[in-house]
Design a protein around this ligand. Structure first.
Ligand code: PRP
Length: 175
């Protein structure tokens, strides 16, 4: 996007350190039980990859894709399932891996959907949380960083599919 600039909000090092802390906390709380990590595409791919490699639990991976933003900067409130899971989660410990919880609409919908499939447990880890933007309040068991109500990109998060490859989280400001 021309006429815009990026202000780093969370550095690559801060992400790495916090992700390692979360991995340890999650490992400890699952106490050696196997865990299915469900990445919510596309934004959570880098977080899933880094978190998953730092966890010592016996993990499996699966992917879901939902969309509510459709390339814009604000949520439409409409949640569409674009790709469902491959694995039957009945009886499994499930950890939903999200890049960001903003209004909470996506996660609320996902928790409701996945809990009907009778997992043994259902928890959520989100790298970022904008608590001040919630319109609904689904539980988020593990949060990497609370951030202000700014539009952020990088480390998986995009604006119109750009900036996902940045190794840090930045505020996208229009000039
Ligand atoms: C983002 C993010 C969450 C959701 C959070 O996904 O990955 O899934 O929005 O917003 P909410 O709490 O307001 O519902 P998006 O629909 O932008 O898809 P993407 O990950 O493919 O960019």
């Amino acid at each position: 996007m021309s006429g815009s600039h990026l202000d780093v909000l969370i550095s690559e090092l801060q992400i790495r350190v916090r992700t390692a802390e979360l991995a340890k906390q999650i490992d400890d709380e699952f106490g050696g039980e196997p865990v299915l990590l469900i990445a919510v595409l596309k934004g959570s791919i880098h977080f899933l990859s880094d978190l998953g490699r730092l966890m010592k639990s016996d993990t499996q991976l699966d992917f879901l894709q939902v969309s509510s933003y459709h390339g814009g900067k604000s949520s439409t409130g409409v949640v569409q399932i674009r790709k469902d899971l491959d694995i039957n989660i009945e009886g499994l410990n499930v950890l939903i891996v999200e890049d960001i919880v903003d209004t909470g609409v996506t996660l609320s919908h996902l928790r409701e959907l996945l809990s009907t499939r009778k997992p043994k447990s259902l928890k959520v880890v989100a790298l970022l949380s904008k608590s001040g933007s919630r319109t609904v309040h689904p539980p988020v068991e593990y949060i990497g960083f609370e951030i202000p109500n700014e539009f952020v990109v990088g480390y998986g998060l995009d604006y119109a599919e750009r900036y996902r490859n940045l190794p840090y989280i930045a505020i996208l400001r229009e000039e």
